[in-house]
Design a binder for this molecule. Structure first.
Ligand code: FES
Length: 153
């Protein structure tokens, strides 16, 4: 069970009081503060700003930058767009899942990594491509996966 600092949630909400249409930015601030959007924060936003919870969930599930589950310290995105698939992306994904003991969409139990698949990052010539915390790794080979992951503690 992850402990949530509700005072910090309240401070963030307070910064947006009276600002109409700022819900997306408010949720992005919550995401960046906690690295996810806890249910408790959604309840708090709903109560304090009188916004239906369903509306908040709709936004939080629509935007890829937001997560309703705790994320690891490092976000791994494996490209499985067509070009990266052809260049061996699925093997890279398999090797990463095997190394970390998780499946796509999951987070390691030590909260070190979250693994996601993406479709085309716009740099197909570098395929297969893996992005970790915004660092692009191109032409990744299965044998390079272990050392690539070791750079992220
Ligand atoms: S398909 Fe992977 S970058 Fe385009």
């Amino acid at each position: 069970m992850v402990e949530i600092d509700l005072n910090r949630v309240d401070e963030i909400i307070e910064g947006y009081r009276g600002e109409r249409g700022a819900l997306i930015q408010l949720l992005l601030d919550i995401q960046s503060e906690f690295n996810w959007i806890p249910k408790e924060a959604i309840v708090r936003i709903s109560e304090q700003l009188r916004i239906p919870k369903s509306q908040i969930y709709r936004i939080a599930t629509f935007y890829k930058a937001m997560s309703l589950n705790p994320l690891g310290r490092h976000l791994i995105q494996v490209c499985l767009g067509t070009a990266c698939q052809v260049r061996g992306g699925p093997k890279i994904m398999d090797r990463i899942m095997e190394s970390l003991g998780i499946k796509e969409g999951e987070t390691t139990s030590d909260m070190r990594f979250t693994l996601r698949r993406v479709n085309c990052l716009g740099c197909c010539a570098m395929g297969p491509v893996v992005v970790i915390d915004g660092d692009y790794h191109g032409k990744v080979t299965p044998s390079a996966v272990k050392s690539m992951l070791e750079c992220y503690k």
